[in-house]
Design a binder for this molecule. Structure first.
Ligand code: SF4
Ligand code: SF4
Length: 260
């Protein structure tokens, strides 16, 4: 059993955004959306102060207490105990959007064509891990700010870093989702995660849909029900030509240039 994690040395990030672009290309992320991000501090230019901008790479944190999983009424969003990666089973998704609102990091967006949530999975579905190569963002980073590996392997680079260096995690104020993204020594900004939002209808939907899923998995009726629910509950996705979406939309990053 593996426990994949990422350890980031944000002090060496130069905001080149190579990680964002390589992720977008590797995972066919649609125009106007992103699976990962670079946040930054605002430098203080007041008299007598000399501060630098600190860049902070991020992405889905593959949390050990994933509120997106808790909020999902159909079981489509789940944490794989064999890898620690949080996945979306698109065939079980009913398009309610609960998981998107329940992630305090804004790590999910609704795919504009598939109308299901999309997020970082450490390039698992792109086949990189099966081929023994790290996620695209890690491979691309020219300063090696992002390090990826298995925390259950004591010889891995991530285990060594956690043993030898102090690390911090960025968490939401109202719940610690126990993210598996660690920052070496310290990082800024740290106060950007939002509150975890469980939609009011969550408990009602969970009680209605969960029994249905248990009975209907594997039956074509589930697909029909899923498509009906998707149309009934899901508003039209925003036009990606009009705006930025995904993590950068929930937590705007002023210096991020629009790219595709
Ligand atoms: S960062 Fe958000 S989407 Fe990723 S596992 Fe944690 S709660 Fe879920
Ligand atoms: S590729 Fe590395 S240096 Fe460039 S923005 Fe991403 S984390 Fe920072």
């Amino acid at each position: 059993m593996k426990k994949y994690a990422m350890v980031v040395d944000s002090s060496v990030c130069i905001d080149c955004k190579g990680c964002m672009v390589s992720c977008k290309v590797q995972n066919n992320v649609p125009k106007g959306y992103w699976r990962n991000w670079i946040k930054h501090t605002t430098p203080d230019f007041s008299l007598g102060k000399l501060t630098r901008t600190h860049f902070q790479p991020g992405g889905c944190m593959q949390c050990d207490v994933p509120t997106c999983v808790t909020a999902c009424p159909s079981g489509a969003t789940f944490k794989d105990r064999e890898t620690g990666i949080v996945h979306v089973n698109e065939s079980l998704c009913i398009g309610c959007g609960n998981c998107v609102r329940a992630c305090p990091y804004g790590a999910r967006y609704r795919h504009p064509e598939k109308r299901v949530p999309d997020k970082c999975d450490f390039c698992f579905s792109a086949g990189r891990l099966a081929r023994g190569i790290p996620p695209a963002c890690v491979d691309t980073c020219p300063t090696k700010a992002r390090v990826f590996g298995d925390l259950n392997d004591p010889d891995s680079e991530v285990s060594r870093l956690l043993r030898e260096k102090p690390t911090v995690r960025v968490t939401s104020k109202n719940i610690d989702t126990q993210p598996n993204l660690y920052y070496v020594t310290a990082t800024e900004p740290a106060d950007w995660p939002g509150d975890v939002e469980f939609p009011e209808a969550y408990s009602v939907m969970a009680s209605l849909v969960n029994p249905l899923v248990k009975v209907a998995v594997g039956l074509s009726a589930l697909g029909v029900a899923g498509m009906w629910a998707k149309q009934a509950f899901a508003p039209d996705p925003p036009d990606p030509e009009d705006d930025e979406h995904g993590p950068e939309a929930k937590h705007p990053e002023p210096t991020a240039s629009k790219q595709d």
